[in-house]
Design a protein around this ligand. Structure first.
Ligand SMILES: Cc1cc2nc3c(=O)[nH]c(=O)nc-3n(C[C@H](O)[C@H](O)[C@H](O)COP(=O)(O)OP(=O)(O)OC[C@H]3O[C@@H](n4cnc5c(N)ncnc54)[C@H](O)[C@@H]3O)c2cc1C
Length: 220
């Protein structure tokens, strides 16, 4: 029987194959990932900014988990084509693999605003472990930078950089942010309460204490 093929090896893929294996322990499963690592918690990436990476702490499931469940993971193998009639996928290395069922769990990628300079060296978006590695290498001897986007991830990144002693400017528009500043009695900014919805104060999701942020006047 042809295997079940899964494109992508993120949390969605792991959850899907784990659920499937509860009912079917036999059908071969092959997961293709274009990354060189087993599935890891992407949401922990912000906390690794400026730090050394410990893969063992990041894995959603240890590599042996896949073996125990009889799941073949082919890392560094990008799927570049799907033929739904022949029921096959084509890999970047030219191989063709036939499937009985196909699951596409390929995630998404960050939206980079189409502004001049977005492709210059030193402009990063962070989605993967390799992005963090490249970013960390780049910032090692830099002291200041800007984060575009004041949502949760933007603030997490700014906070991680601020903790490393970098001077960070957060650029936001009102549309993207829902927060309150938390100020001392003398008006010194102590941090930000972040809301899903600025008009609904019951929906507070977190407080970021970020005294080192520099918020450009007029941008809030
Ligand atoms: C820094 C950061 C912080 C986050 N924090 C939070 C949070 O606090 N809370 C929250 O809910 N969410 C958070 N998220 C979002 C969350 O990580 C994603 O929603 C989640 O990872 C989506 O999982 P997924 O399995 O659908 O896709 P992904 O995790 O994106 O996995 C998809 C995988 O498929 C691979 N792939 C894509 N195309 C191909 C191809 N053609 N061939 C082979 N492989 C392919 C990709 O490289 C990737 O490895 C955060 C994300 C980031 C980047």
């Amino acid at each position: 029987m042809n295997p079940i093929v899964v494109i992508g090896n993120g949390v969605a893929s792991v959850a899907a194959v784990e659920a499937f294996r509860k009912y079917d322990k036999e059908t071969p499963i092959i997961i293709f990932s274009d990354e060189p690592y087993h599935a890891y918690y992407r949401l922990r990436l912000s906390s690794l900014i400026g730090d050394t990476l410990n893969l063992d702490k990041l894995y959603i499931r240890k590599p042996e988990w896949y073996r125990e469940l009889n799941i073949q993971v082919r890392l560094d193998n990008k799927v570049i084509g799907i033929d739904t009639e022949k029921k096959s996928v084509v890999l970047e290395n030219g191989d063709t693999v036939f499937f009985s069922k196909l699951l596409i769990a390929s995630g998404s990628s960050p939206f980079v605003p189409p502004v001049p300079g977005a492709d210059l060296p030193g402009v990063f978006s962070i989605r993967s472990l390799d992005d963090v590695k490249r970013f960390n290498d780049y910032i090692a001897n830099k002291n200041q930078g800007a984060v575009i986007g004041g949502g949760l991830l933007g603030l997490e990144t700014a906070w991680a950089l601020a903790k490393k002693g970098k001077k960070v400017q957060v650029d936001v528009t009102k549309r993207f942010i829902a927060w309150d500043t938390v100020a001392d009695i003398d008006g010194t900014i102590k941090g930000y309460n972040i809301y899903h919805n600025k008009d609904d104060k019951d929906e507070k999701i977190s407080t970021v204490t970020a005294t080192e942020f520099e918020i450009p006047e007029g941008n809030l």
